[in-house]
Design a protein around this ligand. Structure first.
Ligand code: AFD
Ligand code: MN
Length: 387
């Protein structure tokens, strides 16, 4: 098996972008539970995200969601983030919470509604210019609830036309990442339901249009690591939205539902040249409905780091030899040997060698930050999903 010391340079380079909305209140259509200390403003969200980076050195950027993170001065927000040791990252558009979009946004039959949604993306690109962001992330709730409600093919054609107008505005150093999701909030069909549709749409746009793979956006039992392999092989995996799920798009802590699946996904990322590759962005897309948010995010980035380390420990040469020899059990054992390796003690020692706390979760709990923000952040309107 590969030695731990030999993999630390790749671990050192790992960067996992945090979603601003993970620090706001979230929940389900049944209840959103408020938490003391929850941020009221984008600046407070960024300050909390910066704490995750402070204790882990894994989260140097924060994704924004527009309009949830709308401010008057994005240049000043960028400077505020810099003062806290982080950058502003992906700009996430939102065409799923305006009444005009009830029957679709970029796919709508009414050209005026489509233009409103396109203009929203133009606004997001203007924000990217101010924040220095590279990626515009497009996730569409567009879809229908009943057969016959919409013309499935006409919606694809209108989507292609709308995306082309947006892509024409994306800068030379910027990218458009199109995220797919197999259902919800639409229940009969979603206009970007799977990796194939996202791939077909972005392939028609150009080199700076890629697929965003959200690990919670697949039907139960989907072999997600196969999709990772294929998109890397096609050069169209732009970003991950990491989270985990038991049944639907639960947005739970990545790795919490199925650590082995996360390991298999990261093994394909390593095998396919996606690790340490700036073209493949790692991002969390999670909600912490019942657990504290900052420790929830710390746990999340540590889970990704731990499974990345295990994936890097796979003895690639021995595995290929076993595969070529048709040694089924031998090949499986080589992969499982790495998966079963508890890398936590080695990671803790490595962190301490870099001036970090060996156990970031314990260090954060002892820092007093949680009780401090609960005491300080009294009044105002706590941030949420704006639904
Ligand atoms: C929702 C969607 C999707 C998107 C996220 C941020 O399911 O994952 O990336 O909101 O817009 O979770
Ligand atoms: Mn997502």
């Amino acid at each position: 098996m590969t030695s731990f010391d030999s993999i630390t340079p790749l671990l050192e380079a790992q960067a996992i972008e945090l979603p601003s909305w993970a620090f706001g209140n979230s929940g389900t259509r049944f209840k959103v539970f408020a938490t003391p200390g929850t941020p009221r403003t984008p600046r407070e969200k960024i300050a909390d995200a910066a704490k995750v980076h402070e204790f882990t050195a894994l989260a140097p950027s924060v994704a924004l969601h527009i309009p949830w993170d709308r401010v008057d001065d994005y240049v000043a927000l960028r400077a505020f983030a810099g003062d806290h040791g982080v950058k502003l990252g992906t700009i996430n558009s939102n065409t799923f919470q305006d009444d005009d979009y009830k029957f679709g946004s970029l796919t709508h039959t009414d050209a005026a509604v489509r233009q409103k949604a396109i203009d929203h993306h133009f606004d997001c690109i203007d924000i990217m210019d101010a924040t220095g962001s590279r990626d515009l992330k497009v996730w569409l709730a567009d879809g229908t609830n009943y057969p016959g409600q919409g013309d499935l093919r006409g919606r694809q054609d209108r989507l292609a036309d709308s995306l082309a107008k947006i892509y024409a505005r994306v800068g030379e150093n910027q990218r458009l990442v199109l995220e797919y999701k197999f259902f919800e909030p639409a229940f009969y069909h979603t206009d970007v339901p799977d990796w194939g549709t996202s791939y077909a749409q972005v392939a028609a746009l150009g080199d700076r249009a890629l697929v965003c793979l959200d690990t919670g956006h697949h039907a139960p039992g989907t072999n997600i690591e196969f999709i990772v392999m294929q998109l890397l092989r096609l050069g169209k995996l732009g970003s991950f939205d990491f989270n985990s799920r038991f049944y639907a798009d639960d947005d739970l802590i990545v790795g919490a539902a199925d650590p082995f699946q996360l390991f298999r996904i990261l093994f394909e990322v390593v095998r396919g040249g996606g690790l340490g590759n700036p073209d493949v962005a790692f991002m969390l897309d999670q909600c912490h409905n019942v657990e504290d948010k900052i420790p929830g995010q710390i746990r999340s980035v540590l889970n990704v780091q731990e499974m990345t380390a295990r994936a890097l420990l796979v003895d690639g040469d021995a595995l290929r030899a076993a595969q070529d020899a048709g040694d089924v059990l031998g090949a499986n054992a080589i992969l499982m040997d790495a998966f079963y390796t508890d890398v936590r003690p080695a990671l803790a020692g490595w962190r301490e060698s870099r001036g970090l706390a060996g156990n970031p979760m314990a260090a954060y709990a002892a820092s007093g930050y949680q009780s401090q923000i609960a005491a300080d952040r009294v009044g105002g309107l706590q941030a949420g999903w704006g639904a």
